[in-house]
Write a protein that binds this ligand. Sequence first.
Ligand code: SF4
Ligand code: SF4
Length: 382
Amino acid sequence: MAIRVNPGFIDVLDRFGKENIQLCYQCGDCSAVCPHADEFNRFPRRPIRQLQMGLEKKLETSLDPWLCYYCGDCSDLCPRDADPGDTMMILRRYLTSVYDWTGLSRRFYTSHWWELAAIVIISILIALLFSVFNPHGIVTSLTSEGGVKVNEMFPVETVNIGAHIMLISIASFLVSNIIRMWYFTILKDKSLKISFISYFKQIWQLIVHFATQIRFNKCKDKSYWIFHWVLMSGYTLMFILIVGNLKWFQTDNIYLWYHPQRILGYYATFGLFIGLVFFFWGRIKKAGQKFKLSHFSDWIFIVLLFMTTASGIRLHVFRIEGMPVATYYSYVIHMAVLVPMLAIEVPFSKWSHLAYRPFAVYFSELRKTAIPIGKRESIYKK
Ligand code: SF4
Ligand code: SF4
């Protein structure tokens, strides 16, 4: 079968981040040192070669970039300073845009203004919805008396409908993009015959790798795994509490500190806060290879998460202290940051790697089950 080459592919990739791909002379040291590469997944050298040759269609079907955990060992060792670890990161951004059928991921990753404009517009709409169009009139609530009544000002039934609409929208975009990932990486390859039963047999890979991110364990620096996991667990728990269980989480009762509602809320906040301190510090100090080059999308994700966490803490403190007006305004600010953060980051931007990576591990294991032992070498050499 003829292989199509796109001579301008490197220029396309340039728009997803700075890269030094032309410096690479294919010595292969990076693949030799990578703790995640194996006989089937020969990265980063193989995808770099495909990139240099303009094999766009080949790269679209590749799982290699997702199997890299950006430990940076390859970049430390590269004799040409080609920064292969960063190239894997850039390829992940590119593949996110390939899977996303709306085209928004490509816009957000290649234009700061698109992402900023989307965040600001959603933020303003949410602020207007919760304040100006609120039938209870938060704008005139400066004379509010009688304690904090969050559920009177923002009825949980109504807010919950909005949370469910958002949940369904985010899930629809993300799931449809994951189906496209499956199409590109499994279905498109006609040489792969995967039995139906293998999909069930290997499903544990998806669950384990989403819940533990255990492959980070292979990297020399374990701290990244720990802080990444703490941040992700806090984020996921907060998402479940706010988007999935708002009626239980948003109450006017102030429970004692050991009530499960408060314990879970505190853990989620703690996880987010600790993780964010680690990532802010690493990116500001450029601590190690993985923090050396921060893309705009890396910054915007942690800034939005920080603003969400900080506005959530402020809202909680005002509510506990019985300050109604401050609580209501903090609620509006919290929602105006939280909603764009979820709506943009989860399906279209940085957060989506948390979903794509465990699926890549799952698909990679499925691909192995499809290949007869004696033919593995020839298929993976392609
Ligand atoms: S990226 Fe560097 S280490 Fe890897 S093959 Fe190219 S020159 Fe060698
Ligand atoms: S950054 Fe680490 S995991 Fe990624 S390709 Fe390089 S050595 Fe492998």
